[in-house]
Ligand binder design. Structure first.
Ligand SMILES: Cc1ncc(COP(=O)(O)O)c(C=O)c1O
Length: 378
């Protein structure tokens, strides 16, 4: 039996939405992207939203707009995708890694506070695997140290998540999403930034387009060309209408689809009973988007699990090896595992199993059977 790691949920109706964009003169960012931003403002109940070409590019543009650079520090968890640290490195600022809670795998708030220095410009909690951090507590604690520290939520895994009934972006200054190929809401490559501060979002919008004072569609809005200027450096991180067109039906359906993911998580949890398997725990106050389904096995057995599951036709990945272990970061910062013990150990034993709304019960039962068999035999 073959069980792919992921399959999207898009089809012919989505293709016709792209066809409609092909009828328009400019295929890049325009009316479709702007209407997705309206959808995002409504869904998250925030005044500001801008789509972008990816989490990575949107965050880079955001850091440029915040004038993050050499001498600045950004506090983030070591247990996350490497993009979170790479964007900091690209600006010349320093990523300051902190460890995660052993149960939830989310940033440890006390360690986060202890890592803040006078150079800290941004704190970046990551809503890992779909579970949100306790943002009310984190934001109050960080702003209690210094009001001007920007709290930027990594919501790549957490579109439809809630904590104490609040959605991403309710407490953070900014929240940034990914619409990458495997994400719960996807257009292949894409992302979005939401926030509260109109002046900051105006700077971010410019940084998404080279720092130019008018985007391509706006430059021709009045029917003739308008000059633009650049006052601050930007990058190229806008989302074309061609891709944005795929998003509205997914945003409309996401809360219903979350129940489908939850049912599959419940099935895994009921079936994966072997003592050697460990799971990320979801806090009672959280509603998880369950973007991924990670299982932790003994680190000495992890690579054999990966190999054997792949040999059985089951798509598996690793989310993630702790960032401080990756060669670039080892060479540059040489952090010991003893500084980040939870991230190091979790990252050495974690594997992700297939999880998506079209995953059927027979396929899931096959995955459960194979994982249980390996756990008993390795
Ligand atoms: C936690 C996290 N942050 C950031 C990213 C980067 O997202 P993107 O591929 O849209 O740049 C990812 C992507 O997988 C992620 O998992």
């Amino acid at each position: 039996m073959k069980v792919p790691f992921y399959h999207h949920n898009l089809g012919a109706a989505d293709a016709s939405r792209i066809g409609a964009v092909l009828e328009t003169p400019f295929l890049t960012t325009g009316a479709v992207a702007r209407s997705v931003e309206d959808d995002l403002r409504r869904y998250f109940d925030v005044p500001e939203a801008s789509v972008c070409s990816s989490w990575t590019n949107g965050t880079l543009a955001t850091l440029l707009a915040l004038e993050v650079g050499p001498g600045d520090e950004i506090v983030l968890p070591a247990m996350t995708f490497v993009a979170c640290a790479n964007v900091v490195e690209i600006t010349g600022a320093r990523p300051v890694f902190v460890d995660v809670d052993p149960k939830t795998l989310l940033i440890d708030i006390d360690q986060c506070l202890a890592a803040i220095t006078p150079r800290t410009k941004v704190v970046m909690p990551v809503h890992l695997y779909g579970q949100m951090c306790d943002m009310a507590r984190l934001v109050a604690a960080v702003k209690g140290v210094r009001e001007d520290i920007i709290v930027l939520e990594d919501c790549a895994h957490a579109f439809e998540s809630r904590y104490d009934g609040k959605r991403p972006g309710a407490y953070g200054d900014l929240a940034i999403f990914s619409f990458y190929a495997t994400k719960n809401v996807t257009c292949g490559e894409g992302g979005a930034i939401i926030g509260h501060d109109g002046a900051l979002m105006a700077r971010i919008r410019q940084a998404l387009l080279h720092g130019m004072s008018a985007g391509a569609a706006d430059r021709f809005k009045a029917g003739y060309y308008r000059h633009w200027d650049v006052e601050h450096l930007g990058t190229k991180a806008n989302l074309p209408d061609l891709l944005a067109a795929l998003l509205p039906p997914q945003i409309a359906a996401i809360d219903e689809l979350r129940l489908e993911r939850q049912a599959r998580v419940d099935r895994y949890r009921a079936g994966l009973t072997h003592q050697g398997l460990r799971f990320a725990e979801v806090d009672a106050a959280a509603v998880s988007a369950h973007h991924l389904f990670p299982v932790h096995v003994a680190p000495a057995l992890r690579d054999r699990f990966l190999h054997e599951l792949n040999a059985s036709g089951i798509g598996t990945t690793v989310n993630y090896r702790s960032i401080h272990r990756l060669t670039y970061y080892v060479r540059k910062y040489g952090l010991e595992d003893t500084a980040l013990p939870v991230s190091a150990e979790w990252g050495d034993g974690v594997i992700s199993l297939p999880l998506y709304v079209s995953l059927d019960a027979a396929s899931q039962d096959y995955v459960i059977e194979q994982v249980q068999r390996l756990a008993a035999s390795l």
